[in-house]
Design a protein around this ligand. Structure first.
Ligand SMILES: Nc1ncnc2c1ncn2[C@@H]1O[C@H](COP(=O)(O)OP(=O)(O)OP(=O)(O)O)[C@@H](O)[C@H]1O
Ligand SMILES: [Mg+2]
Length: 461
């Protein structure tokens, strides 16, 4: 006898006893006369399989199926019907029945069906368990609770399930585009396959085609004697992640487009057509629309790549996430460097929130790593982080820059802030222009008259 348990629900005594007898040597069977009795029994645990008669007194089989599926979505139910009523069967299948059988039941057919169902369930469970294990081990932790990040993660979850859909990830440097690509792969049905990452910017332009599509022997001088499979082939059962896609040469773009349209390609120097269809995810921090206008990127390829486009927000677009991410890295680097920082001081927190973050999360990660490595203590301070309040002017932090206050519940004097901001630039421009108003105005992109008018207003306060 196997270890599987089966609930049988049938109001006909003869059928109930016959089926129980037939199944008892193989499975643990519990028989019920009504759906209500079975529902009560389910509260103490669900069996591996339910055989449910459609025509029951009281709660009907269809009603019972609906109730079971609502309460126990993973429950597996095979419906038993006295006659093949197409509408009822369709309804049952729509409600999530695993299969159906028509009475009178032939015991040999019943046993085969049950065996198949249980095998399918076992496989499903195994894959699910494996997927969960993979997710736990590999799924990158994309930290962030802001609405912007939640929106991105919603799209990730939705596209991950349809591996035929190409995804283009755009966003500034260091925003986590590669992390998103990994999340898509490990959440997809191809999670067990390889994730092949190609940094198009790091491969010399003349080699990119042979790297991507492989080459046949003698294709070019320096080619391996036997020829070589390309990255596209290596990614066959998984995901091909083309990073920095904006750096692809025009000829590689043409070949990639053909590959995307037909799933076909030739190795460099080869005449044999190859066909593979890995999932395609690409990413760029370059403005592809500008490149399309300049003729440096094919518009048709862009549309092919960007069937779903994910825009990863910059860190300054989600300042609420900064401290959360900083604390995540604090924990990570505490462990790595065997330190015991408990937190971040309030002024360090303000400095982190106010910083410019041109390098986004990568910059934040580096700053925390350096601070944890170099400093000791319980609390990370602004000095540990090496952060001043936001700088002005040339993109460097200056000692005497006036800090920009964070917006608190007490509010800020926005007009005064704007005025001080303007004053600072006006003074700096005049200084650079040696007092020449026309030159200073030009530095700020203003006409001389506008410059003078604003300056007079500022002086008068
Ligand atoms: N939301 C996040 N949570 C945790 N770590 C993150 C997050 N976003 C990015 N990181 C980390 O920041 C670093 C940079 O991320 P990633 O390489 O994915 O950025 P990118 O957008 O691909 O940058 P680039 O355009 O420069 O290639 C990585 O170490 C990554 O693990
Ligand atoms: Mg990247």
């Amino acid at each position: 006898m196997t270890n599987y348990s089966i609930f049988l629900i049938d109001d006909e005594k003869v059928a109930r006893e016959g089926v129980t007898m037939a199944l008892r040597t193989h499975y643990r069977v519990e028989a019920f006369e009504t759906a209500e009795d079975a529902m009560t029994a389910l509260e103490t645990g669900i069996p591996d399989l339910v055989l449910l008669d459609i025509g029951l007194p009281g709660m009907s089989g269809i009603e019972a199926l609906e109730a079971m599926k609502t309460r126990y979505p993973d429950i597996v139910v095979i419906m038993i019907t006295a006659f093949e009523d197409v509408d009822t069967v369709i309804q049952a299948m729509k409600l999530g029945a695993f299969d159906y059988m028509v009475k009178p039941l032939r015991m040999d057919a019943l046993l085969v069906n049950i065996k198949n169902a249980l095998e399918t369930i076992a496989m499903r469970k195994e894959i699910q368990g494996l997927h969960e294990k993979y997710l736990k081990e590999n799924l990158p932790c994309f930290i962030g609770e802001s609405n912007a990040v939640q929106d991105v993660m919603d799209v990730v979850k939705r596209v991950a399930g349809s591996p035929d859909t190409p995804v283009l990830i755009v966003g500034q440097t260091g925003t986590g585009k590669e992390l998103i690509a990994k999340a898509i792969h490990y959440r997809s049905p191809l999670f067990k396959g390889p994730l092949v990452s190609v940094n198009c910017a790091a491969i010399p332009k003349e080699l990119i085609e042979s790297e991507l599509f492989g080459y046949e022997k003698g294709a070019f001088s320096g080619a391996a004697a036997k020829g070589k499979a390309g990255l596209v082939e290596q990614a066959a059962e998984g995901t091909l992640f083309l990073d920095e896609i904006g750096d692809l040469s025009m000829s590689a773009q043409a070949k990639l487009l053909r590959f995307l349209e037909y799933g076909e390609f030739y190795r460099v120097g080869g005449t044999q057509k190859h066909t593979v269809r890995p999932r395609l995810v690409s990413a760029t921090n370059r403005g592809l629309s500008g490149m399309i206008k300049d003729g440096a990127f094919r518009e048709d390829l862009y549309f092919r790549l960007a069937v779903v486009k994910i825009e990863v927000p910059s860190l300054t677009q989600r300042r609420d996430d900064i401290l959360l991410i900083a604390k995540h890295f604090l924990v990570e680097f505490n462990e790595k460097f065997k330190k015991s920082f408990h937190g971040i001081s309030p002024e360090a927190a303000s400095a982190l929130k106010a910083h410019g973050w041109k390098g986004n999360v990568r910059e934040l990660k580096n700053i925390i790593e350096r601070a944890v490595l170099m400093a000791n203590g319980k609390e990370l301070t602004a000095a540990h982080l090496g952060l001043n309040m936001p700088s002005h002017g040339k993109g460097e932090e200056t000692e005497n820059a006036t800090p920009l206050p964070c917006l608190s519940e007490n509010g800020v004097d926005f007009s005064a802030l704007l005025a001080s901001f303007e004053k600072r630039y006006f003074e700096e421009a005049l200084e650079m222009a040696n007092g020449n108003e026309s030159k200073a105005a030009k530095l700020l992109g203003l006409t001389r008259d506008k410059f003078r008018y604003r300056r007079t207003k500022l002086i008068k306060g």
